[in-house]
Ligand binder design. Structure first.
Ligand code: SAM
Length: 237
């Protein structure tokens, strides 16, 4: 049952892969760029050890790997290796064409092809919502990250308080986004999945509690884009 659900999600990403970047640019209106950079910079500020390995899980078409690379250069940090992991062959195919020098591996968040305690920084941007066996993935992250290393999550989180802007947000996510995303990708269902999967996901607090249970302590958390998106940076104990 869970395997089937996960397979369907990955197939959906295979299907929208050719238009993913274009739809993302239009739908996010570029706001995510600033937060991707912030995720990198805030993590570099906290982690002053040499960086042997960054793994970007659910790397998709590779943008987050590119930000790690670019921001490291700006911060004068040396990264020995950046690896992207994703189960969608279609998404990774696009990533490889965009970034031929990056290393991509086809695998799932619950099965990272790395040694125990070998990762300095593990990021997952707009990916953890799609991982059906999330708790298993968090245990896998804890296995693979060095003690004192970091997990960095960017994700659409569920709102626990329906504030003033709730109506605007709700309208954008449920009415505007599926139309535009559906038009660009020719897969309306995939862009109806997005608001539904956010509704079925965690609040920022719940996400941090799960990370805590898996052995991580939150050091930074902030919501943005009318609280649709959250950045969490947590340290492995
Ligand atoms: C919304 S895209 C995000 C891609 C990229 N990280 C970004 O920021 O643009 C979600 C990605 O999660 C991947 N994904 C889905 N299920 C996964 C799983 N179980 N483990 C790892 N990645 C998964 C999909 O293949 C897809 O590439």
């Amino acid at each position: 049952m869970e395997e089937n659900k996960q397979e369907k999600i990955v197939e959906m990403f295979d299907d929208i892969a050719p238009t993913y970047d274009k739809a993302n640019r239009v739908l996010s209106m570029g706001v995510d760029i600033q937060w991707r950079k912030k995720a990198c910079n805030e993590t570099f500020d906290r982690y002053d050890k040499p960086i042997d390995l960054i793994v970007d899980v659910a790397c998709g078409t590779g943008d987050m790997m590119n930000y790690w690379d670019k921001q490291a250069k700006k911060n004068k940090r040396d990264i020995k290796k950046i690896v992207g992991v994703d189960p969608s062959v279609g998404m990774v195919q696009v990533g490889k064409e965009k970034f031929p020098n990056f290393e991509f591996i086809i695998s799932d968040a619950t099965a990272l092809p790395v040694d125990d305690e070998s990762i300095d920084i593990l990021s997952i941007s707009y990916g953890i919502r799609n991982v059906v066996k999330r708790e298993e993935a968090f245990r896998e992250f804890a296995r693979a990250i060095k003690p004192g290393g970091y997990v960095v999550i960017l994700e659409f989180t569920k709102d626990d308080k329906k504030g003033l802007l709730f109506g605007v947000k709700d309208f954008y996510m449920n009415k505007v986004l599926p139309k535009i995303g559906g038009f660009i990708s020719k897969n309306r269902e995939a862009y109806e999945y997005l608001p539904n999967s956010i509704e079925g996901f965690l609040t920022s607090d719940m996400l941090q509690n799960e990370l805590n249970d898996a052995g991580f302590t939150t050091e930074f958390s902030k919501s943005f884009s009318m609280d649709i998106s959250t950045l969490v940076i947590a340290k492995k104990r």
